[in-house]
Write a protein that binds this ligand. Structure first.
Ligand code: URP
Ligand code: ZN
Ligand code: ZN
Length: 459
C-alpha cells in the first residue's frame, strides 16, 4: 500500500521536475510522471503537492542537544530539539557526544544514546568530541568505527576544558586516519583567546561585545592554515565546522587547490548576523555569544559568495540553545562566562531557502548543502536526497508564504531567537520521516518518538 505525493515540483540534488513520489514501507519506490501507474485502491495516503516544492528532509550535521557546557546544559533535549527540527523541515541531525573528563568514548556514547533513545522524533546520529587527556581514548577509535561512528571533533578553543594541544592533535589525527574516522575541527586558538580575555577583564571590559574582541577573525584563519598543514603532511581529509571568516575560507580553498580533501561547514548565523549585535543594550548582546563569534559584514559577504560558488559543502546550525533570562545571565559582569551557543535547528532550512530565493541560486544546490552533502560526508546511507531506494524523508514546502521571524512561532526550548524580526519566505508545510507524516499542514501530528539512531544502522 502506497503513500503518494502527487504533482509537486521535486528538487533532488541532481534535478528539478514536476513529478509524483511513490512511497512504500518508508522508502521512495518510484519518482514518476504519473502515479496512476498504480491502482487508486493501492494508495492509502494521497498528498496533493500542486504548487508546492518537494525537498528531501534536511540534515543538520552539527547540534548540541542536552549538552553539559560552561557550567550549565543546553536547553533542548532530544524531544524538544527533534520536534523543533521537524517543524523546520529537518528530519535527521547529528549531535556531538561530549565525554566528561577521563570518561571512555564508548561510555560517553552510551550516555548520549540514553539521552536520545525513546525520546527523539527525528532520526539522529553522533559525532564524538575528543577531549584531553587523549592517550587512552585514541585506542578506542577502531571500536568506535565498528560501532558506526564516522567522525570526531577536535577543539582548538575552550582552553582547560575541551581544547587539545598540538601534540595531542597529531596523535588524534594519526589514530583517526588509521580507524577511518573523519576529523572535524573547531578552528580558533584557545591560548590567544585566554590572553586576550585576561587582558580585557583586567581593563574592566566585561560586556558581551568583548567576546568578539577576544576572538579576532585572524585567529580562525591561522588555525585553519596550521591544521591544513598537519593534515596535508599525513594525507588525511579534514572537515572544518562553523567556518565564520573570509580568511578561513581562503585558506580552505588554497588547501583544496593544493590537492587536499577539505570540507567546509558554515551556519546561517554567519550568513545573516553581524558582530554589531554584540553592542545591543541591557546585556542583550549575550544572545549572540557563540564561538566563533559573529563577524563583520565583509566576512558575511565572502561566506555568501562561497555558497554561490559551491565552496561551502554543508550548512549546519551548531544548535546549542541557552535561555537569555537564565543560562546566559551566568556571564553578567564577565563575558567569558556567558555560555557559548545559540539556537537555530528550526530555522535553518527557512533561512537558507530565503537566501537562495533572494539571490536566485539553484535549488539543487540548496538540496546539496542542506541535505545531500551532510548525508554523504557522514555516511547516512539512503538519506538526504530524493531517489528511488532512499528513505522517504520528505518536506513539502510552500514557497509562497512570507513571514517575519518571531520567537512565538518557534518550538525550540529557549526564550529567544537570534533571528527575531528577519523576513523569510517559504516554509515547510508537511514533513514525512521514513514515510510517516509527522507534520501535516503545519501541525505536528506524530504521537510517538519514532526517531532512530542512524549510527546503529551503520554498525
Ligand atoms: O558557541 C558554540 N559554538 N557552542 C557550541 C560548542 C561549539 O564550539 O561548537
Ligand atoms: Zn565548535
Ligand atoms: Zn558546535
Amino acid at each position: 500500500m502506497y503513500t503518494v505525493i502527487a504533482n509537486g515540483f521535486v528538487i533532488s540534488s541532481e534535478e528539478a521536475k514536476i513529478a509524483d513520489i511513490i512511497i512504500d514501507n518508508g522508502k521512495i519506490v518510484a519518482i514518476s510522471e504519473s502515479y496512476r501507474t498504480i491502482t487508486e485502491n493501492q494508495v492509502v495516503e494521497l498528498i496533493d503537492a500542486s504548487g508546492k516544492i518537494v525537498f528531501p528532509g534536511g540534515i543538520d550535521a552539527h547540534t548540541h542537544i542536552d549538552m553539559p557546557f560552561m557550567g550549565t546544559f543546553s536547553t533542548d533535549d532530544f524531544k524538544t530539539g527533534s520536534i523543533a527540527a521537524l517543524y523546520g523541515g529537518t528530519t535527521s541531525f547529528i549531535d556531538y557526544v561530549i565525554p566528561s573528563k577521563n570518561q571512555s568514548l564508548s561510555g560517553a556514547l552510551i550516555d548520549w544514546k540514553r539521552k536520545a533513545e525513546g525520546k527523539s522524533y527525528a532520526d539522529y546520529s553522533f559525532h564524538i568530541a575528543i577531549v584531553p587527556p587523549v592517550d587512552n581514548i585514541i585506542n578506542e577509535f577502531d571500536l568506535l568505527a565498528q560501532k558506526g561512528i564516522k567522525s570526531i571533533k577536535c577543539f582548538l578553543a575552550y582552553k582547560n576544558a575541551l581544547m587539545l594541544n598540538e601534540a595531542d592533535l597529531h596523535k588524534v589525527f594519526k589514530a583517526a586516519h588509521q580507524a577511518g574516522l573523519l576529523v572535524c575541527i573547531h578552528a580558533e586558538s584557545g591560548e590567544e583567546i585566554e590572553l586576550n580575555t585576561n587582558e580585557l577583564l583586567s581593563e574592566g571590559k566585561t560586556e558581551p561585545y568583548c567576546h568578539a574582541v577576544s576572538r579576532p577573525a585572524e585567529l580562525e584563519g591561522t588555525a585553519v592554515a596550521s591544521v591544513i598543514k598537519i593534515a596535508e603532511g599525513m594525507g588525511i581529509p579534514i572537515y572544518f565546522v562553523h567556518v565564520s571568516t573570509a580568511d578561513a575560507m581562503i585558506n580552505i580553498i588554497e588547501g583544496r587547490n593544493a590537492g587536499n580533501t577539505i570540507y567546509a561547514e558554515t551556519c546561517p548565523q554567519y550568513l545573516y548576523l553581524s558582530e554589531n549585535l554584540y553592542k545591543e543594550p541591557n546585556f542583550e548582546g549575550a544572545k549572540y555569544v557563540m564561538s566563533p563569534p559573529l563577524r563583520s559584514s565583509e566576512h558575511l559577504e565572502t561566506l555568501r559568495a562561497s555558497i554561490e560558488a559551491n565552496y561551502i559543502d554543508v550548512v549546519a546550525t551548531d544548535h546549542c540553545p541557552f535561555n537569555f533570562n537564565k543560562e546566559k545571565q551566568i556571564g553578567l559582569g564577565n563575558f567569558s562566562k556567558i555560555p557559548n551557543g545559540i539556537p537555530g535547528i528550526e530555522l535553518r532550512m527557512m533561512l537558507m531557502f530565503s537566501l537562495f530565493k533572494k539571490n536566485g541560486w539553484k535549488l539543487t544546490d540548496f538540496v546539496k548543502i542542506n541535505c545531500t552533502n551532510p548525508a554523504k560526508i557522514f555516511g547516512l546511507n539512503n538519506k538526504g536526497d530524493i531517489k528511488t531506494g532512499y528513505d522517504a524523508d520528505i518536506v513539502i514546502w510552500n514557497p509562497s508564504v512570507s513571514q517575519q521571524i518571531s520567537k512565538k512561532m518557534l518550538h525550540e526550548n529557549v526564550d529567544y531567537t537570534p533571528f527575531e524580526g528577519y523576513e523569510i519566505s517559504g516554509m515547510p508545510e508537511t514533513v514525512l520521516l521514513r514515510g510517516n507524516i509527522v507534520i501535516k499542514d503545519g501541525k505536528f501530528i506524530c504521537d510517538a518518538p519514532i526517531g532512530i539512531c542512524l549510527t546503529d544502522q551503520l554498525s
